[in-house]
Write a protein that binds this ligand. Structure first.
Ligand SMILES: [Cu+2]
Length: 138
């Protein structure tokens, strides 16, 4: 759907249409789900464990370009799974995408290259941790 690209990018500039996704409190086996709305993630912080995946679900009408970094600026975050060929994932409306395995404990940040205000903090706990995974809502 490359043709939709330009259209979506232009639509991006249009007026606000906030579509907050559902917040999920349970952790399905396949990984936690991060919903994406207009210029926002469904939550701002998520805590997972080594060996987990994250799932990003774009229920918004907008294109998002997920990259490691903050404020729409891609950076390098050693230990974080790559998000795609250019360490970026293009997420169109309806996209549901599962990341690679998070294998290094630490704190990481994901932003959207089109929406600087989009920021997700991913806290990865050691696999051996007995602490319950905690996540706060945005
Ligand atoms: Cu975006």
């Amino acid at each position: 759907m490359k043709a939709a690209w330009g259209f979506a990018a232009i639509g991006m500039i249009a007026t606000a249409l906030a579509v907050p996704g559902p917040r999920e409190s349970a952790a399905p086996a396949g990984g936690r789900v991060i919903a994406m709305g207009h210029e926002m993630f469904g939550r701002s912080v998520i805590t997972i464990r080594v060996g987990d995946h994250l799932t990003f679900a774009n229920g918004s009408a907008w294109l998002h370009v997920l990259v490691p970094g903050r404020g729409a600026r891609q950076d390098s975050q050693p230990g974080m799974p790559r998000l795609g060929p250019r360490n970026a994932h293009l997420s169109e409306h309806g996209d549901r995408w599962i990341t690679g395995v998070w294998s290094v404990p630490g704190t990481y940040f994901i932003t959207c290259q089109l929406h600087p205000e989009m920021l997700l903090e991913v806290r990865v706990l050691p696999a051996t941790s007995t602490a319950r995974a905690v996540h706060s809502n945005a």
